[in-house]
Design a protein around this ligand. Structure first.
Ligand code: SF4
Length: 277
């Protein structure tokens, strides 16, 4: 059904008509600087839009170019990242700047090969910065396209295949932004607002019941919280593992410090642990 020209134009028309009136005004949509787009996409991977808006502006003020980021120590980059969590992302951005201090590669396969960058982020940078009509799908796009066409959330592979068929080649960036907005505003994971959604007349799901996605286990969530607390403590001053263990009050601290050191997010010198210099 979605392979017909009539369906393609109906879904595009509805999506763009809504987007013209109601698009979210997000700062990273006002630039085509590949570095700034990459920073926003990396931040958005695991952090809510409302928290990214402020962090994005602050990070780009501190490191306005790849060169400025490459010149900084990883410790300074982690300090600027403070509050966003998932510090591997900051480490990978720093590594990318070290590899490409002048400019990012343009080809999707070269972007895809950068540290911490996968197919989604490579596609997003190519599309939003360079205007390449490439199919890609984050969780919002997977939900919207999956529910609209299949009647359920799609896997990434399914969503990319659908995206490839539906995406208008000349308006690829706007198409993806609009899908992301519909995903965030209407097609929410747990309680989709189908009655108000601009895609309702062309959507197969339209409020049908769907099993809830599993929540992250509380053990993994609390590991993440402790890792964040370790890095936050080290943004102020180095500590011994015993001090960190006392400060944070959790027996997992030594094991998680070792994991962070393996990932090069912290380093040890003598008996102390610090952010990389
Ligand atoms: S009608 Fe409901 S399920 Fe379909 S895209 Fe809109 S919010 Fe999602």
């Amino acid at each position: 059904m979605y392979d017909t020209e009539a369906f393609r134009s109906a879904i595009r028309r509805r999506l763009f008509a809504w987007y013209r009136r109601s698009a979210r005004d997000l700062p990273w949509r006002r630039t085509r600087d590949p570095y700034a787009v990459l920073v926003s996409e990396v931040m958005l991977q695991q952090t809510q839009v409302s928290r990214v808006i402020e962090a994005y502006a602050r990070f780009l003020r501190r490191f306005p170019t790849l060169r400025a980021l490459a010149r900084a120590s990883l410790g300074d980059v982690l300090r600027a990242w403070s509050g966003l969590g998932y510090n591997r992302r900051a480490r990978d951005l720093h590594a990318i700047a070290g590899l490409h201090p002048q400019s990012l590669p343009e080809a999707i396969e070269d972007l895809d090969a950068l540290p911490g960058v996968g197919a989604y982020t490579a596609g997003a940078v190519a599309c939003f910065a360079h205007g390449v009509a490439v199919a890609f799908a984050d969780t919002n796009v997977r939900r919207v396209l999956g529910r609209a066409i299949l009647g359920r959330a799609a896997t990434e592979r399914e969503a990319v295949a659908i995206d490839m068929r539906l995406m208008p080649r000349r308006r690829a960036a706007q198409w993806h932004h609009a899908l992301m907005d519909v995903g965030a505003i209407f097609c929410r994971s747990r309680e989709p607002r189908c009655a108000a959604c601009p895609l309702r007349p062309v959507c197969r799901y339209r409020g049908a019941a769907e099993p809830h996605p599993p929540r992250q286990s509380s053990f993994a969530a609390s590991d993440r919280r402790i890792r964040g607390a370790i890095v936050r403590a080290l943004t102020i001053t180095p500590h011994t593992v015993a001090e960190l263990r006392r400060l944070i009050g959790d027996p997992r601290v030594p094991h998680l410090v070792a994991a962070l050191a393996d990932e090069r997010i912290v380093e040890t010198f003598g008996h102390r642990v610090r952010l990389p210099e």
